[in-house]
Design a protein around this ligand. Sequence first.
Ligand SMILES: [Zn+2]
Length: 381
Amino acid sequence: MINTERIRQVIRERRNELITLTKDLIKFKSISGKEDDISEYIQDFFKSIDFYVRSIDKNIITCEKRENKDAKLILNGHMDVVPAGSFWDYPPFDPQITDGKIYGRGSCDMKGGLASMMTAIKVLHDLGIDMGSDIVFTATVEEEIGGLNGTGRIIDYLNGDMCVIAEPTDLNICIGHKGSNIYEITVKGKSAHGSMPHLGKNAIYYASRMIVALEDFKFDIEDSLLGKPTINVGKITGGTEVNVVPDRCIFEVDRRTIPEEDGESVFYELNRIIDREKVDGIEIDTKKVIEMLPVKVSEDEKVVKLLKKSTKEVFGYEKPTTSIDGCTDARFFIDRKIPTVIFGPGKKDCAHVSNEFINIEDLIDASSSFASLILNVIKEE
Ligand SMILES: [Zn+2]
């Protein structure tokens, strides 16, 4: 009789496999756009256990058997990482183990999560659990740069009752995050000789006033789970020479959104704030670069209940539901009406930093939780 207790025991016995797999994945320098080799490796992993494997532009969709029906559960993770940056005490792509932690770029975000899901599936397969096409695993590219070529590319090939993404949540059940709308604002003024600034319209000055107005803006809406929206001006370019009055200044705004808002109202509000600083001779052009929708799943959704049940069987207590700060590929699934939660090993403040690590115990707990979830989903009729 296979239950969560037995699964935990088996995964603990096979912990070295899980550690080796995690280390193998970290060794691929799979910075967004360079996922070819890690994709091959993961495809081979599933082919070696006779899974059906489909590859779409390096993205992977795999399940035990190819049957023409919708999945009960989709498991998802991204294969790409952000560049290593500097100030590492450990080699970022040659994973090292110290004090029960594996150090390396992507250990936390999110090769540890991928390895936990892959191990859970393999262990259940080895134990003879029939997952058929009810459980579908997907590994995708370019999440760190927007996900359009990754989950955004394969979402047309996926259908399922629910989805779990193994981004780092410190093993809490994350049911939501804010959206992110990126805008590029071009302020056009009038150039003049730097010795006669009164003859021009200095685009940098006017852009600066708009930026301060955005900084000072107070939101009067709030979401019970996600809090208030935020604004960050993250990039600015303008001017050509120090002795020329600049006729152009461009700044980029990252506006984090909550479900109570829509793209149109956010765009209108942004323009209202900056238009107040507009004078004759100044033109403003606001362009939406990207819109990533916020995610919020009801506590009553089956995926939340099943994950609560499964993690309780692993940890012995009910895991709280929570939200995370960053955006994830969950929005692509939510957009297709597939309820999606985020649950995975790794501290959230450990992603994208130097000396990124994952606790080995957390890998084991995560893998056990995914295996328990798969069992509970299969049992559900
Ligand atoms: Zn991630």
